[in-house]
Design a protein around this ligand. Structure first.
Ligand code: PRT
Length: 110
């Protein structure tokens, strides 16, 4: 159990992205831009799927960690704070997932 939160990681990502430190992977992602960060996120998503289907729980946790880190970098580069995502998730708790899906534009349940 750890008390480390996604908000903590978001703060680290913001600091490292703006650090200009040549040793920082986050700063390097920022230099390469949103399209590159989005591509990296997509790669990590695929690796998470593969781990979910075929690998150990430990490997899945590791790939999920890569995925969440890359999501936070992508959100930072697009200036969308985690608090905005949490507010959207909080709003959705008022209904079930299928009700929320049906309420989306063109989102009738399948
Ligand atoms: N949580 C992470 C984290 N998760 C994954 N990664 C990096 O994401 C990369 C993913 O691996 P890949 O093989 O897909 O990519 P790669 O081949 O290394 O890189 P590319 O050349 O393909 O871009 C690895 O380099 C990992 O080190 C992370 N890099 C940083 N963090 C956090 O960000 C903090 C700041 O890191 P720096 O910005 O590097 O100081 C760290 O202390 C951590 O808390």
């Amino acid at each position: 159990m750890t008390d480390f939160t996604l908000e903590d990681l978001e703060t680290i990502v913001a600091a490292r992205a703006g650090s200009g430190d040549p040793a920082s992977y986050t700063a390097r992602l920022k230099e390469k831009g949103v399209a590159h960060a989005a591509k990296k996120f997509g790669e990590e998503a695929v690796e998470t799927v593969i781990a979910a289907l075929d690998e150990t729980d430990g490997r899945l946790a590791s790939e999920a960690a890569d995925l969440l880190y890359h999501l936070l970098v992508l959100m930072h580069l697009r200036h969308v704070p985690l608090s905005g995502v949490m507010a959207e998730l909080a709003r959705r708790t008022a209904q079930t997932g299928l009700e929320e899906k049906a309420a989306r534009p063109g989102g009738a349940a399948d």
